[in-house]
Design a protein around this ligand. Structure first.
Ligand SMILES: Cc1ncc(COP(=O)(O)O)c(C=O)c1O
Length: 473
């Protein structure tokens, strides 16, 4: 019997749903290493899923879980497989799915602090902890986002608002010098995409060449800024990268920050991939210059292994985020009451309704402790170093990048581009691993990215052994 609404599960249904969920998670966990990493889709099932009308009368809890097991799971990628090494994406940490479930039960709307005070404090705790990792200092803060791309877009919005305080009223439609943004040739596509959708225009994005280690050339950045000023353009923002997506290089943040100070430019660091390696002792000194940035993108759904989605934007000065995003409202239910301890997140980002993403990050940090994440980051670095060393020592393989973080790009000298793509397919089809294709300075190769807390030294050795055999064959 439904006590209140036909959309509420009764006690027996809740117990059944919980049991089925628990069985599903156990079976999934236990089957993980035997699964194909990428599914071989059964077109018939997918076509049926696509064409099936929704029933007028509900099919019940059991059918939902049966569908998950029979029709959905076989067509999903096993991201948590220990040899899923294709993207900058890790498997979720163990508490993540449970924290997501709790967040869904509570369904807090994290816009105004009054309607979600605990969630508000938890988001602030997470953001402040992240700021503390980089020593961003008093006045800093952050907000959780859909991911790294969203965080970078919001950072560039804040940079525009900072440069042009009348941007909100006038947009970029005034007859004024074009704003110019600088990033490197190795930057993630989300940087140019953000500039495009925010109206800066791709013509006003300069992709500065990189050095032999794939880091932005600061001398060429300085030259490009000077040339733009001479031609009447208005430089306003540099987006440096801490951990480029292909090779894991870290731009020279200190010298870039010096230049930005001299030139009065906003410095954003895209640390979606690399910034959280600050947790690893061995990378701390390389990443501490991020404290000089005006804003930083970090991605808890990468190196904190939060289930998708959880990105974060950190800013040195929270008032700048507020200046970009706060709108006074005439809706009476949105009456903000200022409070020193609490923040109205709707005034610090583009969303009004916002989910309780911070809970899964907070839950993981408390459940496993910060030390567990330090070890996971260090372990990924060690494993990538191990793979890099194996490739370097193997005369049949060529290492294409210095292994700064956890991206290892390699090729088999003498093989064609197509042969490299075939090699990636073969490694997957035979069940060895999912690696990705890579293009490094125009040359095609193969990329393994170790951002997976389940990967072990044995996994890496298996991949290295197979690469050697296939390269010889
Ligand atoms: C350097 C870098 N920036 C940005 C992104 C985009 O992050 P997200 O996928 O969370 O939007 C990625 C994703 O891998 C990345 O490696």
């Amino acid at each position: 019997m439904h006590a209140t609404s036909p959309l509420v599960l009764d006690a027996a249904e809740r117990t059944r749903a919980a049991t089925l969920l628990s069985q599903f998670t156990d079976r999934y966990e236990n089957s993980l290493t035997h699964r194909p990493i990428v599914p071989d889709p059964d077109r018939g099932t997918l076509t049926k899923l696509l064409a099936e009308p929704f029933p007028e009368k509900g099919l019940g809890v059991e059918t939902f879980f049966a569908d998950v097991v029979d029709r959905i799971v076989p067509h999903t990628t096993a991201i948590a497989h220990p040899r899923f090494l294709a993207y900058v994406q890790g498997p979720p940490n163990g508490i993540g799915p449970y924290a997501e479930a709790v967040a869904a039960v509570l369904n807090q709307n994290c816009n105004l602090w009054q309607i979600s005070p605990a969630a508000n404090v938890i988001e602030r705790t997470v953001a402040d902890w992240l700021c503390g990792l980089f020593g961003l200092g008093p006045g800093s803060g952050g907000i959780l986002t859909s991911g790294g791309s969203g965080a970078t877009k919001d950072a560039i919005s804040a940079a525009i608002a900072d440069r042009r305080p009348d941007f909100r009223d006038l947009g970029l439609q005034q007859n004024r010098p074009p704003l110019v943004l600088y990033t490197s040739k190795e930057a993630h596509r989300s940087v140019a995409k953000a500039a495009a959708v925010l109206g800066i225009g791709l013509r006003h994005v300069r992709h500065i060449p990189t050095d032999a280690a794939f880091r932005m050339r600061v001398d060429l950045l300085a030259r490009a800024i000077a040339e733009d000023r001479e031609s009447g353009n208005e430089p306003f923002c540099v987006v440096a990268t801490a951990g480029t997506v292909t090779t894991g290089s870290i731009d020279p943040i200190g010298p870039i920050a010096d230049l930005c100070t001299r030139e009065e430019l906003w410095l954003h660091v895209d640390g979606a991939y690399g910034a959280l390696f600050v947790l690893a002792e061995s990378m701390r000194d390389d990443l501490l210059p991020l404290s000089r940035a005006d804003s930083i993108t970090v991605d808890p759904h990468k190196m904190l292994f939060a289930p998708l989605e959880a990105g974060a934007l950190l800013v040195k000065d929270m008032t700048k985020l507020r200046a970009a995003f706060a709108f006074s409202s005439s809706s009476t239910y949105l009456t903000a009451i200022d409070d020193d301890q609490l923040l109205d997140y709707m005034d610090h980002g583009p969303q009004l309704s916002r989910g309780f993403k911070a809970l899964k990050v907070w839950a993981a940090l408390r459940t496993f402790g910060v030390d567990a994440f330090r070890s996971a980051a260090e372990n990924c670095l060690t494993l990538a170093g191990r793979l890099g060393a194996r490739v370097s020592a193997d005369p049949t393989l060529e290492l294409m990048n210095p292994v700064n973080l956890t991206a290892v790009c390699l090729r088999v000298p003498g093989r064609s581009d197509e042969a490299h793509v075939e090699l990636v397919t073969r490694l997957h089809d035979e069940g060895t691993a999912l690696l990705g294709p890579a293009r490094v300075r125009g040359r095609v190769g193969i990329r393994a990215c170790v951002t997976n807390h389940r990967t072990t030294a044995d996994d890496i050795d298996l991949v290295a052994d197979r690469l050697t055999t296939l390269a010889k064959g």
